[in-house]
Write a protein that binds this ligand. Sequence first.
Ligand code: GLU
Length: 287
Amino acid sequence: MSHYRGRFAPSPTGPLHAGSMVAALASWLDARAHGGTWLVRIEDVDTPRCVPGADQVILDQLAACGLLPDEPPVWQSARGPLYQQALDTLLAAGLAYPCGCTRSDIARALAASGASKPRHGELVYPGTCRSGLHGKPPRAVRVRADGPAIHWNDRRLGPQAQPVAEAVGDFVLHRADGLWAYQLAVVVDDHLQGITDVVRGEDLADNTPRQILLQRALGYATPRYLHTPLVRDAAGEKLSKQTGATAVDVTDPLAVLTAAGEPLGVAATGATVGEWLAAAVRAWHAR
Ligand code: GLU
């Protein structure tokens, strides 16, 4: 096996909450348990959703809990030229194409073809601009997702499959507003940073097939994936900034770590953060 490299990749849309702490701790524990390297990547490509200063708050919260990256963090906002290179490769290979459709163009094309509205999430793109822009100005760039279903084996969830063509269709890599899409940025960075193991929250599992599709299109290796259990609030809703999850209070890092360990099945004790983490690595090994 190539040397283990893992990462925690928060979007700086606010401080870490109890749910994001679980993903942070799990990725750190898995890297340590494998004698590997652990990185932090600030995923600030969706600039309208980013909160100024949240990146530093997150790094400070991690540090207070003893979760220190082995290499300096990288910021996606500084890596646009790398995403452009990957996009150019896909365009040159005919695997990606410019799209001139607005949301209402897409809704109209779907209605005309008798497709029912999806219950949530994005409209499944009907592929209108695959054959050219039809005189419209280019807006976004999409990848062709018309291959066979993607199968993968999650280290926790087991065998998974998704027919990307039917489930999401040709998805956006470069947005009409000029921003890079998460799917492209995450795949390029996981590749360039040599990530062998992606450990992250289960809410992201649904993105994995799109990411594997992109890795294959770009000729990249696919890392192993482990999606961690979600933390739910008292009402059974997944914790997220949207549902008002509060920032973890790192003035008591042992309490934060203990709470984050619980959904992971990691019961550790220790008088200091260092002792707790060492015990947690042993517990992670033993699971
Ligand atoms: N930046 C993403 C998020 O905070 C996580 C990306 C990932 O771990 O792949 O939801």
